[in-house]
Design a protein around this ligand. Structure first.
Ligand code: SAM
Length: 248
């Protein structure tokens, strides 16, 4: 029985799994991180192409069924991918995963602070659209800003919901995430930048002047005061942040 709280929609279309592996350009040198191997549809294929696979799975029943089927180059790590410290894992070079929907956001932010050369991830379509949205659009969000700052991101293809069992309520997308060598713009205090971005987007329709009320004693020299949060580009948010950030 699939458990809803774990976002269990298992991939039943092998062609999609094969394309994910191709998109990830996996070589025999790669160590691949997979979050939520489930019944192993993707894991087995990854193991055929990579040097090794680290697969984090939260569901003890799935782990018990999966473990005996796995080749020796797969390490199954029981636990919650949201709380496991990725820096405690062996160094991985790629991430390939059909992400459980309910942890898409924390896992994406977590991946942004690690190091890998390429991630190929399946997200719900509306979430994928938020990742690559343009300023001023309905989908533009703190996620868009955080991802643009750290990574190149693009939607590779749509995956119909019928490729999964049980069938989810929405379609999905395969997304590629490649970390930038250096962030898109300079931010002096990164923790503050992520905090401020979250605060700004919790008032996305408000003008910058009103959202910054609690942050500054004077508006002198600050740009964009009469623009709405959702209109600012990631670079403009970074610029604003640098003008008001406390030293890290
Ligand atoms: N990779 C499999 C596939 O493509 O068929 C399963 C994908 S299913 C969408 C998500 C998987 O993530 C499930 O196996 C679920 O149990 C697991 N999962 C859910 N929450 C998790 C978490 N916090 N940490 C690790 N695994 C999790």
């Amino acid at each position: 029985m699939a458990k809803q709280r774990f976002g269990q929609h298992f991939l039943i279309n092998q062609a999609v799994a094969r394309r994910e592996v191709t998109y990830a350009q996996i070589t025999p040198d790669d160590v691949v991180l997979e979050i939520g191997p489930g019944k192993g549809a993707l894991t087995q294929l990854l193991a055929q192409h990579a040097s090794s696979v680290l697969a984090i799975e939260i569901d003890a029943h799935l782990i018990a069924a999966l473990q005996p089927t796995l080749p020796s180059n797969v390490t199954l790590i029981p636990g919650d991918a949201v709380t496991i410290d990725f820096s405690s894992l062996p160094r991985f070079t790629k991430v390939v995963s059909n992400l459980p929907f309910q942890i898409s956001s924390p896992i994406t932010f977590k991946l942004l602070s690690t190091s890998f050369s390429r991630a190929v991830l399946i997200y719900q379509k509306d979430f994928a659209e938020r990742l690559v949205a343009h300023p001023g659009s309905k989908q533009y969000s703190r996620l868009t800003v955080g991802v643009a700052y750290k990574a190149h991101c693009r939607i590779l293809e749509e995956v119909p919901r019928t490729c999964f069992s049980p069938v989810p309520k929405v379609d999905c997308c395969i997304v590629e995430l490649i970390l930038r060598d250096t962030p898109l713009f300079v931010v002096h205090n990164e923790a503050f930048f992520f905090r401020l971005t979250a605060e700004l987007f919790s008032h996305r329709r408000k003008k910058i002047r009103s959202v910054l009320k609690g942050y500054v004693s004077s508006y002198d020299q600050l740009p964009y005061l009469d623009q709405r949060v959702e209109q600012l580009t990631p670079q403009q948010i970074g610029e604003l942040c640098n003008l008001i950030a406390p030293s890290p």
